[in-house]
Design a protein around this ligand. Structure first.
Ligand code: ADP
Ligand code: MG
Length: 229
């Protein structure tokens, strides 16, 4: 499903070049639930932004579902991203002026789905994450855990082939964290491939594979039997 070969990503600040990712090769198969781990600054978010087609890289190749997406033009990468990838952020990134329902409909607006179908699918996704009764609320009227569930509904509403999440539980308390991880495990059991960044070992135990980064390099990669929620 995902195949990265020899990815290098640098950041230029003034006359300094920082190597954020140093020759990363990684394969992720359909059905996996993978944790990307590593200390702060090790390149996890840089990796996720590349996987999510939110950022470009200097060299190497990226294949997504058999298609080379290494060098797409901006409009093309936006299209592939909207169709194939659901992305969840640590800070939720909901649209504050829109209702919860409208937030979840947004990816379908971009995909050109007709209004009636949009509403139907958005409601179904919100029910899927246990928020079917909050659809008319605005984001500032619900809790952090509920916001993240809205963000997950928005991320899965176009039936993406992969769900990506960068520290999705980083702003949540431990009980709410478990609620979110349970939803991820359920989605994964239903066939959704998930890649999730976390620096917390107590979060990573619920995944099937841990890929560890250190200083921009891939340091470790191991399968594990997940704790089931
Ligand atoms: P992590 O998510 O593991 O904390 P990041 O991928 O955010 O790590 O960052 C990796 C390295 O790249 C860090 O040294 C960070 O300071 C640097 N970095 C990240 N984003 C930028 C940027 N936009 N400009 C310059 N340096 C950056
Ligand atoms: Mg990060």
């Amino acid at each position: 499903m995902i195949e990265l070969n020899h990815i290098v990503k640098t950041y230029q600040t003034g006359d300094e070049t920082l190597i954020a990712l140093n020759d990363i090769s990684l394969k992720i198969e359909k059905g996996e639930f993978t944790a990307i781990m590593g200390p702060s600054g090790s390149g996890k978010s840089t990796m996720m932004n590349i996987l999510g087609l939110l950022d470009r890289f200097d060299s190497g190749t990226y294949q997504l579902n058999g298609k080379d997406v290494s060098d797409l033009r901006d409009n093309e990468s936006a299209r592939v991203r909207n169709k194939e990838i659901g992305f969840v952020f640590q800070s939720f990134n909901l649209m504050p002026r829109m209702t919860i329902l409208e937030n979840v409909e947004l990816p379908m607006v971009y995909a050109g789905v007709p209004a009636k179908e949009r509403k139907k699918r958005a409601l179904k996704a919100l029910e899927r994450v246990g928020l079917g009764d909050r659809v008319k609320h605005k984001p500032n009227e619900i809790s952090g855990g509920q916001k993240q569930r809205v963000a997950i509904a928005r991320a899965i509403v176009n039936n993406p082939s992969v769900l990506m999440a960068d520290e999705p539980t980083g702003n949540l308390d431990s009980k709410t964290t478990i609620d979110i991880l349970r939803i991820f495990q359920e989605l994964n059991a239903e066939g959704t491939t998930i890649v999730m960044v976390t620096h917390e070992p107590e979060v990573a135990i619920y995944t099937k594979r841990i890929v560890s980064f250190f200083d921009g390099s891939l340091q470790d990669d191991r399968l594990q039997k997940p704790e089931i929620l």
